[in-house]
Design a protein around this ligand. Structure first.
Ligand code: PEP
Ligand code: MG
Length: 585
């Protein structure tokens, strides 16, 4: 109960003067003011005024209210909101009071925004089991691999000791809209002992930790979080952004669920569906492993025939969800070793499942071993060696498209070949895809319109983009790989030295997070120009992680791209950044 009088009751005149000063200052600066004043001997003294600091939610509300009051115009309202601060609205944040008492124990990269608190687990299986019991878990790994997907999807947050902004953990977590801190070098994970050690302090399975994926901070103990709230002002701001932006914003989405989230956040297409993520669930990994173990093409085809209906179902789901909007499907990209277990227990289990000796599995895993898998047998190189994989994927896309078309769905399929470096590579894959299309269309007696394009993610592809553009109907810049190959450092290992580079000012920012405009960006701009010089209506987009970074979005706007594609939860950020880029141009 209030037992003291208000200023209005105590000094009504002064109160009116204060209100008047506040309105005058707010009208003058056209922004919310943080005022300091004193009242001395019955006189009001204004001491200081400055634009008030605000949370993301307040930022949106203030901009939209000032617009409604006619104090600022639409462009100013859009410019008043920092795109990155929208994260505060889209993800949980820490309760500020609880956070004050929390101690930071380590720092990593702010790999995927939001706040999470939970009990430490070190294995995906435990994450699933504990989550089923209703416990909140944080999955702590040295680094993650596709095998950890299910554990990642049930965890509240993910912490890795290794890996950069485009590591598996970072990319997948952003796709899921889940908090992630990656590359926290001070965290030492001991899987055998099921502990993590930070500065001599040992945390075991079940201990509570908290993560701030927006800052990269790791806290000891439980810090309570507040759920995200989307207000009407947010919708109004987004609608306004759409009126000004020229760049389209698509999403990187691999499942119908991701696609639905992306559409709700205003994505106007899928710019990247990574098909490898579809290979891990349930039964399908068995068929994938069968294909990998096969001794010859006939054996591979037998296994691929099992995958075909599953993959067709995946694509049907995406086409259905995106009815009328483009869906860009990328052919298989990662090296095959990612699909086989590397530990003895895993190999023994796989041997039992496949009814072969553990020795055979071990031998195949050894054969698949590469010293530098990122520069190894991946991308279209897989399809060149095993065209039957490309054939199966193309057939699945065409059959899915025709099935959906028959159900009244408007299908806009864009088939994308990854990691191309030469025109002949693209042509070889294009020939397989076109021949498969002809076969499927003849079998079905109907056709499907589709586009056939390529990723531009090796520096050589950017350099010869005019030759490639004569063959490909669209380009999508894979700026994760383009950055790693242009800078000459691995996206998985750069976390070890990049912090020193940033500290010493050698780089102003992490080039995997915000595009290196002078170097990698130059390749992008040049390739756009080369592509358009031979095919003026060539569609150009970007699907690397930079597609959701505001400074990079502004750069892509200036470089004349048609769209950016980013994780579903970053779509609103990219829409606002695209509008701001158009206003500033
Ligand atoms: C890229 O390289 O930018 C890209 C989108 O592909 P991935 O991250 O799957 O290699
Ligand atoms: Mg790539």
């Amino acid at each position: 109960m209030r037992n003291y009088p208000s200023l209005e009751e105590l000094m009504p005149d002064i109160y009116r003067q204060l209100l008047h000063a506040e309105t005058t200052l707010e009208n003058h600066f056209k922004d919310m003011q943080d005022l300091e004043f004193t009242i001395q001997e019955g006189k009001l003294w204004m001491l200081q005024t400055r634009n008030g600091k605000r949370t993301g939610a307040a930022m949106v509300r203030i901009a939209m209210e000032m617009l409604q009051q006619g104090m600022i115009d639409e462009k100013t309202a859009l410019q008043r909101v920092s795109p990155d601060r929208l994260n505060d609205l889209l993800h949980p944040i820490f309760d500020p009071v609880a956070l004050k008492a929390a101690a930071v124990i380590a720092r990593g990269l702010p790999a995927s925004p939001g706040a999470a608190t939970g009990q430490v687990v070190f294995f995906a299986d435990e994450a699933e089991e504990w989550a089923k019991q209703g416990r909140d878990v944080i999955l702590v790994r040295q680094e993650t691999s596709p095998e950890d997907l299910r554990g990642m999807s049930v965890a509240k947050g993910i912490l890795t000791a290794r890996g950069g902004m485009t590591s598996h953990a970072a990319v997948v977590a952003r796709g899921m809209g889940k908090c992630c801190v990656s590359g926290a070098g001070a965290v030492h994970v001991d899987y055998k002992a099921r502990t993590m050690t930070v500065d001599d302090k040992v945390y075991g399975e079940g201990d509570w930790i908290s993560l701030n994926g927006s800052t990269g901070e790791v806290y000891a103990g439980q810090v309570s979080t507040k759920e995200a709230e989307l207000s009407g002002d947010f919708g109004a701001l987004m609608a306004l952004a759409d009126r000004y932006m020229r760049l389209e914003v698509r999403a990187n989405a691999d499942t119908p669920e991701d696609a639905r989230v992306a559409r709700n956040f205003g994505a106007t297409g899928i710019g990247l569906a990574r098909t490898e993520h579809m290979f891990f669930e349930g039964e399908r990994i068995v068929a994938v492993r069968e294909m990998i173990l096969a001794d010859d093409e006939a054996g591979r085809r037998k296994a691929l025939a099992k995958l075909l209906p599953i993959q067709r179902g995946d694509f049907e789901g995406l086409f259905r969800e995106m009815n009328g909007l483009p869906v860009t499907i990328r052919l298989l990209d990662p090296p095959l070793h990612e699909f086989v277990p590397h530990d003895d227990a895993g190999q023994a289990a796989m041997a039992r499942e496949m009814k072969v000796s553990a020795g055979k599995i071990r031998m195949r895993v050894e054969e698949l071993h590469e010293f530098n898998p990122m520069l190894g047998h991946r991308g279209c190189r897989l399809g060149i060696t095993y065209p039957e994989i490309t054939e199966m994927q193309a057939r699945a896309i065409f059959e899915a498209g025709l099935n959906m078309q028959a159900n009244g769905i408007v299908v806009k399929a864009e088939i994308m070949v990854p990691l191309v470096g030469t025109v002949r590579e693209f042509n070889a894959q294009a020939a397989v895809i076109r021949a498969t299309a002809a076969k499927v269309f003849a079998e079905r007696g109907e056709t499907l319109h589709y586009m056939l394009g390529t990723m531009i993610e090796t520096p050589r592809a950017a350099l010869i983009a005019d030759s490639i553009g004569r063959q490909a109907e669209f380009f999508s810049f894979g700026t994760n790989d383009l950055t790693q190959m242009t800078m000459g450092f691995s996206r998985d290992d750069a976390g070890k030295f990049l912090p020193d580079y940033l500290k010493q000012g050698i780089y102003e920012h992490d080039p995997f997070r915000s595009i290196d405009q002078k170097g990698v960006g130059l390749l992008v701009a040049m390739a756009v120009e080369k592509g358009r010089s031979v095919r003026p209506d060539i569609e150009v987009g970007v699907c690397g992680e930079h597609g959701g970074d505001p400074a990079s979005v502004a750069f892509f706007h200036r470089a004349g791209l048609d769209y950016v594609s980013c994780s579903p939860f970053r779509v609103p950020i990219a829409r606002l950044a695209a509008a701001q880029a158009a206003i500033e141009a």
